[in-house]
Design a protein around this ligand. Structure first.
Ligand code: SAM
Ligand code: SF4
Length: 529
């Protein structure tokens, strides 16, 4: 089996400083607080090639994985970090057209029969989870895509009926669906509301007709606004996705777009920087090695962030802003807290306790084949150490939002300020990190490095592991190269342990090791066959 994946970050995410090259072989060396600042300053001469980028997950899929266990009872056996609750992500890959900018693998222009077949398989997959999740409560369902509202009414009814039949939804569960213009007539919104949908994410992308005309999306700006206006009073909690950073984009396009949405009463806005690096067609990487609009995008991002703040929006994540009390996005906020996540549909990613990220097969053929065989269609499952689970939360939260140091201490029994004390100090001195009470967040000056800096909070043992990867991998994937180039960043050993206040809540399997006996059933012989 291939032990590393080329899908970890973009090949050309960073322009590598040549001086870093020589450092990549060998061990990290002992932590050296005195030179940490110099090492970081030297490494940060590298530049990301797209900003901000949202495409990586931590930990990256670089280490060996095993095939999925096939049965849900072998997957969801242990309590979650937050016991008793879980979330669901369900993927609908269909779209009306393939938008010119889109980096997702979607199935455009498919007929009703193909969609009905897919829904059949989703319903069968849900049934496989039913028994093993009995007694637990589902706090969030996210139906993403693609464009799930390309399903017809009967298909949507079937899907949501199956969700309620198979899973025990909390009374106030967040139920979200993604949509795009020209797929959301008013009666479909009313249907979705009657099916329990209480959050909508609608991708209008731009209100500039000229830009829209280049996107291979066939509707008018007016048509999109009419759909949005009809949906707002029915659903309320609506997010609108927008994109900026096109070559032919008028200077004030995003400003005008955002201001109009605020005037229309949209409570949540997400602003994506156009990313051409991740677009892959027939396995050929597209786009220039360096984003020519890199600094312009940073400028637009910060200007619009200020505008959104002046309009009363608060940042939920790096690029998602909501009006307090009107817009929310619980699913994504919980996603990085290592809560159990059930993955449904092609390519979906899930998380099973303790510490097992997993992913479904990415093609419909493979997905159908496994469901037909009565097995969960899981292609690969990973087994994280307790330290890596902690790092997953800290690193991802630092990258996308902010880290609550006290919450981390209570949940994992680890004081980040002790383990990464020198790193926190140096990043603070360099103006790259801000502290607000018990929370830390990246500063505005950290913007060009938002890929690299959070990863410095990974365990040194992980960086040592990266160094053991094949040379061609490190040569092609500059982010780990830079992270390992900076070297050790821990000031103290990273020892997991129940905190005084959280001891009784921490599952021993999570606090103390892999499973209580040190084994991992998924990796073991019994569930591999
Ligand atoms: C899963 S997709 C879209 C949902 C829906 N189909 C739509 O078109 O709005 C989520 C969002 O990713 C963003 N996106 C897609 N391709 C992108 C790219 N190349 N660069 C930046 N953002 C992108 C778009 O803003 C899109 O709304
Ligand atoms: S942007 Fe949305 S509608 Fe367009 S191809 Fe991507 S997922 Fe489909």
């Amino acid at each position: 089996m291939k032990h590393y994946s080329e899908s970890f970050n973009k090949r050309s995410r960073l322009i590598i400083a040549p001086e870093l090259e020589g450092r990549r072989r060998g061990r990290l060396g002992s932590p050296d607080a005195a030179t940490l600042r110099d090492r970081i300053v030297e490494a940060l001469r590298v530049q990301q090639d797209s900003y901000p980028c949202f495409d990586w997950v931590f930990p990256p899929p670089v280490f060996p994985k095993t095939p999925g266990p096939g049965r849900a009872d072998a997957l969801f056996t242990y309590p979650s970090v937050v016991p008793g609750t879980y979330s669901i992500y369900m993927h609908i890959p269909f779209c009306k057209t393939l938008c010119s900018f889109c980096y997702y693998r979607v199935l455009p222009a498919r007929g009703g029969d193909e969609k009905s077949t897919y829904v059949d398989y989703l319903v069968r997959e849900m049934a496989m989870y039913r028994e093993s999740l009995r007694g637990l409560r589902c706090e969030s369902v996210y139906v993403g895509g693609g464009t799930p509202t390309t399903l017809d009414d009967a298909q949507l009814v079937r899907l949501f009926d199956a969700v309620r039949d198979n899973f025990d939804l909390e009374r106030d569960a967040e139920v979200s669906i993604e949509s795009a213009p020209d797929t959301l007539p008013r009666d479909k919104v009313a249907l979705l509301k009657s099916l329990g949908v209480n959050r909508l994410s609608y991708g209008i992308q731009t209100l500039d007709e000229g830009l829209l005309a280049t996107m291979n999306r066939y509707y008018t700006v007016d048509g999109a606004i009419k759909e949005l206006e009809a949906a707002l009073p029915l659903i309320g909690n609506i997010n609108v996705d927008t994109i900026y950073g096109f070559e032919n984009e008028p200077d004030d396009a995003l400003f005008r777009t955002v201001t109009t949405f605020e005037r229309l009463g949209v409570p949540c806005l997400t602003i994506y920087s156009l990313d051409t690096q991740r677009s892959v067609r027939k396995n050929v990487w597209l786009g220039p090695p360096r984003d020519s609009l890199f600094y312009r995008k940073i400028e637009i991002y910060h200007d619009v962030k200020d505008l959104l703040a002046s309009l009363g929006y608060q940042a939920l994540f790096q690029n998602t802003f909501a009006k307090p009390g009107l817009g929310s996005y619980r699913h994504q906020l919980r996603r990085w807290e290592n809560v159990s996540l059930v993955a449904l549909g092609v390519g979906s990613m899930g998380y099973a306790p303790p510490r097992k990220p997993y992913q479904n097969y990415g093609t419909t053929d493979a997905y159908f084949k496994h469901v037909d065989a009565g097995e969960l269609p899981i292609e690969a499952i990973e087994a994280l150490t307790p330290e890596m689970e902690l790092a997953r939360q800290v690193i991802t939260e630092l990258r996308f939002a902010r880290v609550d140091l006290r919450g981390v201490r209570e949940k994992y029994g680890v004081d980040v300020q002790v383990v990464f004390g020198d790193l926190l100090r140096v990043l603070g001195e360099l103006g790259l990190l801000e502290r607000q009470g018990d929370e830390i967040l990246l500063s505005k000056a950290a913007a060009p490095y938002n890929n690299v800096l959070p990863m410095l909070f990974s365990p040194d043992s992980f960086k040592e592991d990266l160094l053991r990867l094949p040379e061609d991998y490190l040569a092609a994937m500059p982010i780990p190269l830079v992270v390992t180039g900076i070297g050790a960043t821990q000031s103290a050993p990273l020892e997991m342990g129940p905190s005084a206040s959280g001891a009784k809540d921490v599952d021993p399997a999570i606090a103390g090791g892999f499973y209580p006996d040190g084994s991992c059933p998924v990796m073991g012989d019994d569930r591999r066959a």
